[in-house]
Write a protein that binds this ligand. Structure first.
Ligand code: FES
Length: 396
């Protein structure tokens, strides 16, 4: 494809800039797919809850007294007020802040203040038989992650994600631990698809990240698709692998066998990825906020060992010669406040995404060419977005 005007390979440029496209995606992609909500430990006890925006729906997951997870639309049946905010613990019941209608943890309406006086027509039946219980949604678990789906009878989660499972790392996230420093959020001034395309673009790894991710052997990367999902694996470079036990910056994850070491970076359609490595396991959640604004959140888990083990490993790693050759050097020279001189691969990626978004408004913008191997995933991802929009737009 040479200089095709107004197209980003498979999608029109407006798909990255217009409110109309953004609204179509919210309705036909984010409201019809399993959406990442958090990690299983976020709701570990009865009464713990977490809420999440899933396309047009705000949904909360709550653990009942029977230890079952349930999901409901976060919307009072009286006049729609949001019931629960963000994250919370030990909720005994769910009371709407507006007029105090109260639901139990199973979503049943259990009390209405001034019922006899104000709602005589609701008095002849038990409240939970009045058809005003919370609207049910679906919740399920995949690889230690909580997902919600706005439909009560959602498609089976393993049918949706299962085919990609053999391509994931051998990591067991439930055995790892998340420290406070393991959570990082950042608003990026670009369309959500540019963020994802950057993440699945193999071509840029050896270039944009020549000083930050060169401990992985990009030439030996393997990648492909299973349904709408992308998988990716690349091994460590030989020098690093040979001195791994000393050079690794934090303790190795002991349940990852040596012959499986490397970076697994899958992408689950539409908006959640993983980065599974020798010493960490991270989720990478991409939440579209506006056509040109995206919130990204990383949550990282590492080996469940003492702080002393972390201190010892950091000291060993600092003495390894591996890091003088690989990693943590900026692409440009300069002050570390410049993302391109920071030696931080995430800052490099954010910089590249924001610069691309800016160029989309130029009348001179066009996509020049596509690398056959390195960029094939970018146009494939665009085709999946396009198919999803067309399928649902035509079939309701
Ligand atoms: Fe919830 Fe009125 S809107 S009680």
């Amino acid at each position: 494809m040479i200089g095709k005007k107004n197209m980003m390979h498979e999608l029109p440029v407006e798909a990255y800039t217009s409110q109309e496209w953004f609204d179509l995606e919210q309705e036909h992609i984010f409201s019809k797919t399993w959406q990442f909500a958090g990690l299983v430990e976020d709701v570990s006890n009865a009464g713990d809850y977490i809420s999440v925006q899933a396309g047009l729906n705000n949904i909360f997951i709550i653990k009942g007294r029977d230890n079952r997870l349930r999901a409901f639309h976060n919307m009072c049946r009286h006049r729609g007020t949001q019931l629960l905010r963000a994250v919370g613990k030990n909720q005994k019941a769910i009371t709407c802040p507006y007029h105090d209608w109260t639901y139990d943890l199973e979503g049943k309406l259990v009390s209405i203040p001034k019922k006899e006086e104000e709602f005589p027509d609701l008095c002849n039946k038990e409240l939970h038989d009045c058809g005003l219980n919370l609207h049910e949604a679906s919740v399920d678990i995949f690889k230690g992650m909580l997902f919600v789906h706005p439909e009560k009878n959602a498609p089976n989660i393993m049918e949706y994600f299962g085919a990609i499972e053999p391509h994931l790392g051998p990591h067991i996230p439930e055995e790892l631990i998340e420290y406070k420093e393991g959570i990082y959020s950042k608003e990026i001034k670009s369309n959500w698809k540019i963020v994802i395309e950057n993440n699945i673009d193999h071509y840029h790894l050896a270039h944009l990240h020549e000083g930050t991710l060169n401990m992985y052997d990009h030439a030996k990367a393997k990648f492909g698709w299973e349904g709408p999902h992308y998988w990716f694996f690349e091994p460590l470079v030989k020098d690093y692998m040979n001195d791994l036990k000393n050079a690794v910056q934090s303790p190795l994850i002991d349940h990852v066998p040596m012959d499986k070491i490397g970076a697994y970076v899958p992408w689950f359609f539409p908006n959640i990825g993983l980065a599974e490595s020798e010493a960490s396991w991270s989720t990478f959640h991409v939440l579209p906020l506006a056509p040109d604004r995206t919130l990204v959140t990383f949550r990282t888990k590492t080996a469940n060992v003492s702080e002393w083990e972390y201190t010892k490993q950091a000291a060993k790693s600092a003495m390894s010669s591996v890091w003088s050759k690989y990693g943590n050097k900026g692409k440009y020279e300069g002050d570390s406040s410049d993302p391109m001189a920071s030696g931080d691969f995430m800052k490099e990626d954010i910089y590249a995404c924001e610069q691309q978004q800016k160029s989309l408004s130029s009348p001179m913008f066009s996509v020049g060419a596509q690398a056959q191997r390195g960029e094939f995933a970018v146009s494939k991802f665009q085709s999946v977005v396009k198919e999803w929009i067309e399928k649902y737009r035509d079939n309701g």
